[in-house]
Design a protein around this ligand. Structure first.
Ligand code: GLN
Ligand code: ZN
Length: 768
């Protein structure tokens, strides 16, 4: 019999219940016992959803109150002393590491949090000491949750993050020099003890995740697998559970040697066949005579209904080579990255509703595929027929295919990606049109999104005020931020983005080819969730999206007004993309829509236009090499296509929320933006050296202060920062601006910080 399995389930619950309970606990409105009870309720509910879906192998220890990597830090007693020394209870210590703790005389900032591979989930980085020790915590969470499920009549397969990935994803603490992977010998006994404890509790198999196998790994990390898995696999049988080694988000073919030498002894290997179906054959060749293949065939990263017929074919290929007993049908990765259930979506159009599948529905899909290959397709005849209909409906729908868009894409030429003249000529023109001083000052787009703005927007969405009333309100907001910018004496103004709920959703709502959900939240970090819009079909722009507000702003402003757009890659990355056409095709469609917007803005008298691409970097494929180059090539093209339609005298800006350009500087340079604003205030100004080394000819505004904190930077601090920057950038190249938009800040601190910023710029202006 072919078994079905889920690698992990979303934690938040149907209505973001966990978020609500956790935040209530943080706010002192819920007791710890109540929060723990809510966690337990959610775990049981999620296990039961999977059981009722017919899933054979259900995970436990996938649940976390904040983050699963953070749980491992605590489970192996790797909590840095600055958190452990206060005698906080386990849960509060966990939250202290995740989000900092500032209460009762304790004041510790959080541990670093970074993106989980190429997803929008963030994990807490294990932060290790030179004299690091590890010890299995008393009553470890993995065992506790296994027993909890068992008591409810569900024997689960616990999930652990493997020791090599745990260390590879970690870092030395500040002031420490330890190379995390060198701690393997110290860490392994804790894993051995945990596996033994799980076996004792009744766990027959454990899923051990080593997702770092999809990276290009340094030799030291590659070498770590062999000793690690010789030890852990040796426990299989009497002393420990069978191990299912799981990889996801990429292929492992380049690491098959490692897999060969080290992982021969684990009982099963899981691979992601959604991302990299071509690895199937190679991995099968490398399996030992008894090893089982867990085929990740139901997408854990997207919301599309599975094409059952196709999946069954893939699984059949594996079965032909391995036999039914040696194949498991699984989700490609944990379902953490998908929303809870499609059943909550009451407002979706029936046509598209039928195309989607969220976590609860995906659990059913793995079960159906497993049944089909075990008992034959007749056993799931009605499911297969319904599925084939959905596939057909999506493939042929008018929403999916827009002939006009395709025609336009065919007509895209190379020339459309290039500005009319090279930068020096453009700059000469721009000087005339814009007449800016040296060290021009500007902001990144948004001004504080006050409660009043949110209230009015809500009223408008609910129909409590008319479109006209709302428009009047937005105009007043725009006038107000312009008055503030007058007072501050900034040089290039923005309209403040009061009309935007979110930098991607706002555009999605104005484009054809998108749909929106009401409850499809996905965890981003801790209690934070995002609700990405969904690209369902060819994207086009039925009407201008931002021209009205920008034009109004320009009409009441005496200085140049900067138009503000979200770039094609950021729109793509922060949405659920289609899986039926390549992402480069979707990016080009978005680019064409934005190109029209850029040209319309220019025609409306907007001669500075910023196209934000904060997500450009996170789209980089996980491995260096040709994949990465291909991505950068179409990503850069889509930016250029969206911006190159303007005259020389119109200045194109772009903005990125990071400063690490070293590994893809050529792509940043290739964007050919007249001005780049980047986040820099918290990084070393030395990072700017790459701009001299590469003789970057255009203009740059490295952020002079951090906008994530309410702290007001002094004028002197900003001057010092600019001084440092001038070691790397020429005076006529440097813009003065904050790190990012100001929407999350309060007005008082915003005004004070910008006042200091403008004064610092003026000081340098007087010196040059
Ligand atoms: N223009 C956007 C703003 O100011 C940029 C946000 C971002 O880069 N994340 O809010
Ligand atoms: Zn930003």
């Amino acid at each position: 019999m072919v078994q079905s399995s889920v690698l992990g389930f979303p934690r938040m619950g149907k209505l973001r219940d966990l978020k609500k309970a956790t935040e209530a606990y943080w706010g002192g409105k819920l007791s710890q016992d109540e929060l723990l009870a809510e966690g337990k309720r959610l775990r049981l509910e999620h296990w039961n959803i999977q059981k009722q879906a017919g899933v054979d192998i259900i995970p436990s220890n996938d649940f976390a109150y904040y983050d699963h990597v953070l749980d491992h830090i605590q489970m192996f007693s790797a909590t840095p002393e600055r958190y452990s020394k206060h005698g906080l209870n386990a849960l509060d210590e966990l939250f202290a590491m995740g989000r900092g703790h500032q209460k009762d005389g304790i004041d510790v900032p959080s541990l670093e949090m970074v993106k989980w591979f190429d997803s929008n989930y963030h994990y807490v980085k294990p932060t290790l000491q030179d004299n690091q020790t590890f010890k299995l915590a008393e009553d470890p969470k993995a065992v506790r949750h296994f027993l909890e499920a068992k008591e409810a009549g569900i024997v689960t397969r616990p999930v652990l993050l493997g020791p090599v990935s745990f260390l590879h994803l970690g870092k030395a603490d500040r002031g420490q020099t330890v190379d995390p992977i060198s701690l393997l010998d110290k860490l392994l006994p804790a894993y051995e003890e945990l596996l033994k404890a799980l076996k004792k509790a009744g766990a027959e198999t454990v899923q051990i995740d080593e997702p770092v196998l999809v990276f290009d790994l340094p030799q030291k990390t590659r070498d770590a697998f062999k000793p690690a898995y010789e030890k852990l696999a040796a426990l299989q049988g009497e002393a420990g559970p069978q191990l299912v080694l799981a990889t996801y988000f990429g292929d492992i073919v380049h690491n098959l040697e490692v897999v060969d030498s080290a992982l021969q002894n684990v009982s099963a290997i899981h691979i992601d066949l959604v991302r990299n179906p071509e690895q199937l054959e190679k991995v099968i060749e490398h399996l030992g005579p008894k090893q089982v293949l867990s085929a990740g065939i139901v997408d854990g990263r997207n919301i599309w209904k599975n094409d059952l017929k196709k999946s069954i074919e893939v699984v059949e290929t594996a079965i032909q080579k391995l036999g039914k007993e040696r194949v498991i049908v699984a989700t490609s990765s944990s379902l953490l990255h998908t929303p809870h259930t499609l059943a909550s979506e009451k407002n979706l159009d029936a046509e598209v509703h039928d195309w989607f599948s969220f976590a609860s529905e995906k659990a059913v899909e793995v079960a159906v595929i497993a049944k089909a290959v075990t008992e034959g397709p007749a056993a799931v005849k009605s499911e297969l027929e319904a599925n084939a209909k959905s596939m057909e409906s999506r493939a042929t729908s008018k929403r999916t295919n827009n002939a006009e868009v395709k025609k336009r894409q065919e007509a895209v030429t190379k020339e459309m990606h290039e500005r009319k003249s090279a930068f020096p000529e453009r700059y000469a023109q721009q000087k005339k049109t814009l007449n800016l001083p040296l060290f021009p000052t500007t902001t990144i787009g948004s001004f504080p999104q006050t409660k009043d703005i949110r209230v009015q927007r809500n009223k408008f969405t609910k129909g409590e005020i008319t479109a006209e009333e709302y428009e009047k309100f937005i105009e007043k907001e725009i006038r107000d931020v312009i008055a503030v910018q007058d007072e501050l004496d900034l040089d290039v103004y923005v309209h403040g983005e009061p009309e935007r709920n979110d930098m991607v959703q706002y555009f999605g709502e104005r484009l054809d080819g998108y749909v929106f959900t009401t409850h499809a939240w996905v965890q981003s970090y801790g209690s934070r969730c995002v609700r990405p819009p969904i690209i369902v079909g060819d994207v086009s722009r039925p009407a201008p999206m931002t021209v009205k507000e920008s034009k109004y702003a320009a009409s009441v402003s005496k200085k140049p007004m900067k138009g503000m757009l979200t770039g094609p890659i950021t729109c793509l990355r922060w949405s659920f993309p289609r899986d039926d056409v390549h992402q480069s095709v979707q990016a080009q469609q978005l680019a064409l829509a934005l190109r029209d917007e850029v040209v319309d803005l220019e025609a409306a008298g907007i001669y500075v236009i910023q196209v934000d691409e904060p997500a450009l970097r996170e789209g980089l494929p996980l491995r260096a090499g040709s994949e990465r180059e291909k991505y950068l090539s179409w990503a850069v093209d889509s930016f250029k296509l969206s911006t190159a339609g303007v005259r020389d005298g119109t200045q194109i800006h772009s903005h990125f929320c990071y400063s690490e350009f070293q590994d893809f500087f050529h792509a940043i340079a290739a964007l050919d933006a007249d001005v780049l604003s980047i986040e820099n205030s918290k990084s070393d100004a030395k990072l700017l050296k790459v701009f001299i080394d590469e003789a970057y000819p255009r203009h740059i505004g490295p952020g002079v202060y951090d906008i994530h904190s309410p702290r007001i930077p002094s004028e002197q601090e900003i001057k010092d920062r600019l001084d440092e920057m001038l070691q790397y950038l020429k005076p006529d190249q440097l813009w003065v601006n904050p790190d990012c938009g100001l929407k999350t800040r309060q007005w008082t601190e915003t005004k004070a910080a910008l006042e200091n910023m403008v004064n610092a710029a003026k000081y340098f202006r007087s010196k040059h």
